[in-house]
Design a protein around this ligand. Structure first.
Ligand SMILES: [Zn+2]
Length: 98
């Protein structure tokens, strides 16, 4: 990996994170939060318990677009961070069987 490439990746991530900040203050996002439902587990909760999650993480090339950003509860957020992709799939399947 060349230093240039690294700088580019870094820049990309910064840009996406600043886009995420903008999106978080939009009416569109406030409406999503007001619904109070986690995209993954479908549990209803107080909007304050929800965070913004990138379905495809920025680190894996995901972008901050309305199609790639969802409301996510803290439990799912930390599960997504800590589980391997395969374990995460299993986690999601658990909710579909409910
Ligand atoms: Zn959840």
């Amino acid at each position: 990996m060349t230093p240039d490439l690294f700088a580019w990746d870094n820049f990309d991530e910064k840009r996406e994170r600043s886009k995420a900040r903008e999106l978080r203050s939009s009416q569109w996002w406030k409406r999503r939060l007001a619904k109070g439902v986690c995209y993954y587990c479908r549990r209803r909760m107080h909007p304050r318990g929800l965070t913004m999650d990138h379905v495809v993480p920025i680190a894996r090339g995901g972008r901050t677009t309305k199609g790639n950003v969802v409301t996510c509860c803290k439990a799912c957020n930390s599960a997504k961070k800590n589980l391997l992709p395969m374990e995460w799939d299993q986690y999601l399947k658990g909710f579909k069987n409910l």
